[in-house]
Design a protein around this ligand. Sequence first.
Ligand SMILES: NC(=O)c1ccc[n+]([C@@H]2O[C@H](COP(=O)([O-])OP(=O)(O)OC[C@H]3O[C@@H](n4cnc5c(N)ncnc54)[C@H](O)[C@@H]3O)[C@@H](O)[C@H]2O)c1
Length: 454
Amino acid sequence: MADRYQQLVNTPIGRIVSKQVGLPSPVKLERYEPGQPLISGPVLVGAARGGRLKDAAESVLREADAEVFSGIPGVDETFKALVFDATGITSSEELREAWSFFHPVIRSVRRSGRVIVLGTPPSDASNPVEAVAQRALEGLVRSLGKEVRRGVTAQLLYVAPKAEDQLASTLRFFASPKSAYVSGQVVRIGPAVSKAVPGPDSGLTIDWERPLDGKVALVTGAARGIGAAIAEVLARDGAHVVGVDVPSQSSELDAVTGRLGGSSLLLDITAPDAPAAIASGLKDEHGGVDVVVHNAGVTRDKTLGRMSEDLWDLVLSINVIAPQRIDEELFEQGVVRDNGRVVGVSSISGIAGNAGQTNYSTSKAGVIGMVEAWAPELAKRGGTINAVAPGFIETAMTAAMPITIREAGRRMNSMAQGGLPVDVAETIAWMANPASAGVTGNVIRVCGQSLLGA
Ligand SMILES: NC(=O)c1ccc[n+]([C@@H]2O[C@H](COP(=O)([O-])OP(=O)(O)OC[C@H]3O[C@@H](n4cnc5c(N)ncnc54)[C@H](O)[C@@H]3O)[C@@H](O)[C@H]2O)c1
């Protein structure tokens, strides 16, 4: 649904009025278009003394054809992105180095720019004093995300020791317009879970334009909305997409998969024989699967006292029970190939809770539980599991909300607007990338840094 308020405040007169009255002024967010540069302006890279990631970050950015600066900037210089390696910070006194880097330049970040802080996971710090300082960086980044405005995002990437070579896919994603609606997030990167990761050790190479070439991706609920966008972006990245949806969505699903050169599998994921049918379909037709995205999901809102047991069961069985049954079958039957990816679709309702959504929030918190419980198990089998937690995304579901709730959902975030299905899809494509083998156990909100559950 069109965001008429955003259209209005982006007219010359609308800009003046909204500024004078103090209304939110959402900018048009830059989004990725194939063929465009990944980072469309200079990047300033700095580091606290003794940091271990500055060189790795610079080489990832140069490989992405970014203009990298690491000296003291001139007063009139502006930047598309600021990247600060904070891994050298070993005490709270040294947090001052983050202030020293950002203070002179934070106001010179361009529209839809990026602020990225690199840290050490507190659990990997050498001592409690260092752990406190590294944990403190979360507060810095979350506040910066709320201050910068104009479509600028801020993130903290915690990179474990010995995982310096796993930075590329994550830094590329967060430095680019692919992460347009992701802000205030904390990402954990560890050593690769598989040896089949592109890099000098495996001899495998990656084409960053088509990282999923030769891969097979299963997307449930692919007939419309966010699922159709996920199918589209994974196909753009080179995957053969197998879209799943219920038989009543047959023509919509075929329209999506047909356009993308993919395949359709019509079934209800809650049917008792669905996991076996998906496993045999993937094995027989495609020889296995590399990426599994559990997107199919429903809401059936009622306060708990008015909710029938049917509504409870329906939401739980689609949103959290079916994904677990499917994963179990796929792994038991050896259908998921080495360096495989599982991605769940949670929701900020699963983090913050929402009146009238006890069934939905329970199921979506369960999706987060799946990520936490299965990450160590899948790592043993050379796979990763992560989830996205979308906030207010412009789809048929949110267009049907009462206007007051819809407007509140749209504006109560650092971008002052709703996200698009493609924003969720791009985040999933980053998790699905074969080079994201160090990214597991993460739940990343795609919510424009919504105030709900923040
Ligand atoms: N739209 C948002 O703002 C938002 C916010 C947070 C989370 N989400 C989550 O994102 C996902 C996609 O949401 P959407 O807005 O695109 O929803 P949607 O209703 O537009 O699409 C969901 C798709 O899943 C399919 N589906 C439902 N039950 C199924 C079943 N039993 N078997 C197979 N397919 C089934 C539907 O037919 C439909 O094509 C859901 O998991 C939803 O909970 C959406």
